[in-house]
Each structure stands twice: as C-alpha cells, then as structure tokens.
Write a new protein. Structure first.
Ligand SMILES: Nc1ncnc2c1ncn2[C@@H]1O[C@H](COP(=O)(O)OP(=O)(O)O)[C@@H](O)[C@H]1O
Ligand SMILES: [Mg+2]
Length: 336
C-alpha cells in the first residue's frame, strides 16, 4: 500500500507510532513517573529471554530457503553475491501494494532462496499533489532499498533484509532476500496478535522511528513492517525515503533512542558513509541525510540535557522471546 495512511491511534494503543503519526505521541513526563504506555519503559518490564542456542549466521539473520532451511552463507557479502548472481528460476507478483514487486525464486549451485525484485523508478521535479505524492521532488525508487540496507548496517541495525542492485529481464532494479515465515504488521493487527513482550517490541519500533526520521521515510505503513515468529521487527520497502528535506519530519516522535544506535549515529564516519552510499544517492540526498543526522543528534542531546540520559537512552539486546498465544508462525502458515 503506497501513500501515507492514517492509522487510528486507538488501534495502536500501546504501540509507538511511526513517522508523521508519531506527532500524536506525548513525550515521557519530566519527573520519573511510569513511562506513558506509548513509550518503551526504560527498565525492562520482564527479563528478556537469555541467549538461546548458538545458531548459524544465516539462521540468526533469518536467511532461509523456501522450506525454512538456513542458507549456507556465513557473511553479508556471500548473501549479496548470491542475490546478484543467482539464476532466476521463477517469478510471481507480490500483492498488497501499488508497485507490486516481483518475488523471484533464485538458484545457484543447488542453493535456492526467494528474493524480492523491485524496479519502480518514478521521479517528478515539480510539486505534485494527491495519491500520497504531495511533495516537491517526489521520488519512488528501487535504488533506495540497498541504500537503506547499507546505512542500517553502518548504524548497527541489522533488520533491513540485505538488498543490492541487479538487472532482471533487462530491467534495472534492486533485489532483496525474502524473509520466510513473516507477516506484515497489518496482518498482526488484523489478527490481534500480541507481542509476548510489549516493552521489547516498543523498543524495536522506537529504533525504527529514529531510522525513519534519519532517512525521511514518508511511507512506513503497516505493509512495510514485517514480523518473524520470534517477534523480530523487519523494515522493508524503502522506495520513498532519502528525501532532499533538510528538516526532520516531525520533532516530537523522537523522544528516546537506543543507546548503541545513538552511539553509532554519533560515530558515523561521513566520508566512509558517502562512499558506501554513492551508488544509490545523489549529492542532494546525501547532503540532506547528513543535515538530518545532525538535527537528530541535536534533538537527542537536547533531551538528554533536559531530562537526563536515563530518561532518553535505553538498551535493547536482541534475544528471541518465547512466543505466547497464537504465534506469528501459525499466522504466516495460513494462506491469505
Ligand atoms: N524482503 C521481504 N521479505 C518478506 N516479505 C516481503 C519482503 N519485501 C516485501 N514483502 C512482502 O511483499 C509486500 C509488498 O512489498 P512492498 O515492497 O511493500 O511493495 P509495494 O511497493 O507494492 O508496497 C509487503 O507488504 C510484504 O508482505
Ligand atoms: Mg510496501
């Protein structure tokens, strides 16, 4: 689904709202009263599940074949190389949106995996209105998916599935590993599934808020958030990001930040980042990105100065929680 969609706050009571909707979310109170429901409480409400059994790199990254068997790749580079060079065995359209990217079945050396091929590439340099396009310099492009993946990895966020550039049927596009067994947040709400640990879930959503503010994502709707059975939040469909806007979409939503993300944002080497993103972003888009990064850090530093670090920074350590009630897996297994 494209274009901004208004999610009734009531529907998402208890979940941190993302993007322009976050404006409704009040910042936590000055005095250390219990954090309002729409913000992750800084002290973990429940002890997150301890480190589970050690699993392969691919399993930890949710890279599996269509049957759910972890792929034999031990690094991002191996995964990206497969996405770029594997043969396309079949292709189907993925519903649920406007651009309807294609789901490819890729194969190489007997290894099979599904991937998403996006080739949308629309740009308008004059102000346009209607249909979620009311922007100056509207751009909807496949090229932003690998840019979002690369930037997320530089910031220690490993929940944008790996994506890279490739041609398919002589069309330029980007290809991204397909996360098997996942459901969209839209499905989660429709089926009233409850995260087993609300606070840990909110922490993930807040990290997405910070990332979306940085990349000026104008399209984080419920179809662009997917959830795996371990309640990991995955960010997909970044075709409407990296705007040339040199302001933050809206100040108020960023009222907390995960500590490691804050540290990585502060330490981000601009020269190195420009080098890693130059194949995807124009100079205007890169300049705007680093202006927003500065504004984000100023916002967080101001909050820390006003409220104290403990009211603003929180820790998120990923441990797969034990699922309760109807699982995402059961839901994902049900045909739509
Ligand atoms: N990498 C992925 N892994 C798993 N599911 C995906 C992935 N990318 C897209 N999808 C599924 O396909 C749907 C449409 O893809 P999306 O990129 O959002 O297309 P559109 O541009 O039409 O909104 C998503 O809502 C999600 O259900
Ligand atoms: Mg989408």
């Amino acid at each position: 689904m494209k274009g901004s969609c208004r999610i009734p706050a009531t529907l998402l009571a208890g979940l941190v709202l993302s993007g322009p909707l976050a404006a409704q979310a009040p910042a936590p109170a000055e005095t250390p009263v219990p954090a309002p429901t729409n913000a992750p409480s800084l002290a973990p409400a429940t002890t997150p599940a301890g480190p589970g059994p050690t699993v392969s790199y691919a399993a930890a990254r949710h890279w599996t074949d269509p049957q759910g068997k972890p792929l034999p790749f031990g690094s991002e580079a191996e995964m990206l190389d497969f996405l770029r060079t594997a043969d396309v065995v079949s292709a189907t359209r993925l519903g649920g949106g406007i651009n309807n990217p294609r789901k490819l079945l890729l194969e190489k050396n007997g290894v099979q995996a599904s991937a998403v091929f996006r080739d949308v590439n629309e740009e308008k340099n004059t102000p346009t209105f209607g249909g979620g396009r009311n922007e100056l310099f509207f751009k909807d492009s496949y090229i932003f998916e690998p840019a979002a993946y690369e930037l997320a990895m530089m910031l220690g966020l490993d929940n944008v599935p790996p994506a890279t550039l490739r041609k398919y049927e002589r069309t330029s596009g980007s290809v991204q590993i397909f996360i098997e067994n996942a459901i969209t947040e839209r499905r989660e709400l429709e089926e009233h599934l409850q995260p087993p640990d609300e606070q840990e879930w909110k922490k993930q959503v807040q990290m997405m808020n910070v990332f979306d503010a940085l990349i000026y994502n104008v399209d984080r709707n419920r179809g662009n958030i997917i959830i795996t059975p371990d309640w990991r939040l995955w960010m997909i469909d970044h075709s409407r990001t990296f705007r040339r806007n040199t302001d933050l979409q809206s100040q108020s939503p960023i009222n907390q930040c995960e500590r490691q993300l804050y540290a990585k944002l502060k330490a981000l080497d601009e020269k190195e980042a420009r080098k890693r993103l130059k194949d995807y972003l124009t100079t205007f888009e890169l300049d705007a990105l680093f202006t927003r990064r500065k504004l984000l850090l100023e916002r967080i530093d101001k909050l820390i100065a006003e409220k104290g670090e403990n009211q603003v920074l929180y820790d998120f350590v990923w441990y797969a929680p034990k699922t309760v009630g109807k699982s995402v897996e059961e839901s994902a297994a049900q045909p739509r």
